[in-house]
Design a binder for this molecule. Structure first.
Ligand code: ATP
Ligand code: MG
Ligand code: FE
Length: 335
């Protein structure tokens, strides 16, 4: 089974060819980060235009690198949502054109299902499992009883973890995207500033990062007003410890309560060294639960993960029609 997958939900134009849902024959990613950097964040109109320029080239490169012809393919998969609507539409229309021209089944994929299934590209999945999704737009704990079944047991009530990283980075005058810069600084600092931890109600698996973000901004503002020198390393380390402690504690609690076989890490913030180290340490208390962490290249947006998620839908006969549309508000649970 060969699936050509396309991803254009945000600022990466990507195409991949995936064999049997877990083998990457090609995974071409053209990132727009250098262009959006100038504006301090992703500009939707600019993103759409760049996807239009790149999409054909990226698809052709993915096909030739995989050494396959359209007649070899079993299906075309594409990110249906969530994401920037103008960006999604470029991928969806490219996929529809190929599906129509070559009479291939079309599969719309949820972007977060893609981030989760990136793990299948490196490891066999065992259910039930728990996925910790930490990306630029999402922070969620997702319980999966079976293949293709998603139950969101907790999610952020305000900012996503990656968003909080990027905003705190901006107050420290670090370039976009700020997550990797904070991570690097945090390794050199000490977590000696008592920033708050948002535990929310007892037993809740929801998250909140806006209070922490405001606490960091206030801390910087006060220091500036009083003319006190701050240590960016210590601010980064203290902020990161607050984020990681809450995320990891809730993940471990959920892994126990739901008695899962695996915990999967997913999304761009999964690249965070502090988060990876803490999760590895805390998960080592379980002898019957495995932690799976994808390599960095599969944590950030890419089409290979979309192909891996599409394979499950293909096997389950969950195909889309040629009237498929980009859906920025697509719901993971009711796909
Ligand atoms: P979504 O998947 O929710 O639509 P997205 O695709 O834009 O959002 P990703 O590409 O998965 O998000 O992740 C990007 C985010 O990851 C950015 O916010 C970035 O700052 C953050 N990030 C990347 N590396 C690190 C790191 N080492 N530490 C913390 N955050 C990081
Ligand atoms: Mg991105
Ligand atoms: Fe993403």
């Amino acid at each position: 089974c060969l699936i050509l997958a396309i991803e254009t939900s945000c600022d990466e134009t990507s195409a991949a060819v995936i064999k049997n849902g877990n083998e990457i024959l090609s995974n071409i990613v053209s990132t727009q980060i250098d262009i959006h950097k100038r504006f301090g964040g992703v500009v939707p109109e600019v993103a759409s235009r760049l996807h239009v320029e790149q999409i054909t080239l990226v698809i052709e490169e993915a096909m030739s690198k995989a050494n396959v012809e359209y007649t070899d393919l079993s299906a075309i998969a594409v990110t249906e949502g969530p994401g920037l609507v103008g960006a999604l539409l470029i991928g969806v229309n490219a996929a529809k054109a190929i599906a129509f021209a070559h009479d291939l089944p079309l599969i719309g994929v949820h972007h977060i299902a893609g981030h989760i299934y990136a793990n299948r590209l490196i490891q066999e999945l065992h259910f039930p499992l728990l996925a910790l999704v930490v990306s630029g737009g999402h922070t969620e704990l997702v319980y999966m009883k079976e293949d293709g079944e998603f139950e969101v047991i907790g999610e952020t009530r305000d900012d996503a973890a990656g968003e909080a990283y990027d905003k705190v980075a901006r107050t420290l005058k670090l370039p976009y995207p700020g997550g990797p810069h904070i991570d690097r600084l945090a390794q050199e600092g000490s977590a000696n500033i008592p920033f708050p931890r948002a535990w929310l109600e007892e037993g809740s698996y929801d998250f909140s990062f806006s209070g922490l973000k405001s606490a960091v901004i206030n801390y910087m503002h006060n220091a500036e007003q009083r003319g006190v020198e701050i240590s960016p390393e210590d601010v980064a380390a203290s902020f990161q410890e607050s984020v990681v402690e809450v995320i990891v504690t809730k993940t471990i609690q959920a892994a126990k309560e739901y008695d899962v076989k695996q915990v999967l890490l997913a999304g761009g913030v999964a690249a965070n060294k502090g988060l990876r180290a803490s999760l590895q340490k805390e998960m080592s208390i379980f002898s019957d639960k495995e932690l799976v962490i994808p390599p960095l290249s599969l944590c950030t947006d890419n089409a290979a993960m979309i192909g891996a998620a599409a394979y499950v839908r293909f096997k389950q006969g969950k195909l889309s029609s040629l009237s498929l549309n980009g859906n920025p508000g697509l719901d993971l649970e009711n796909m």
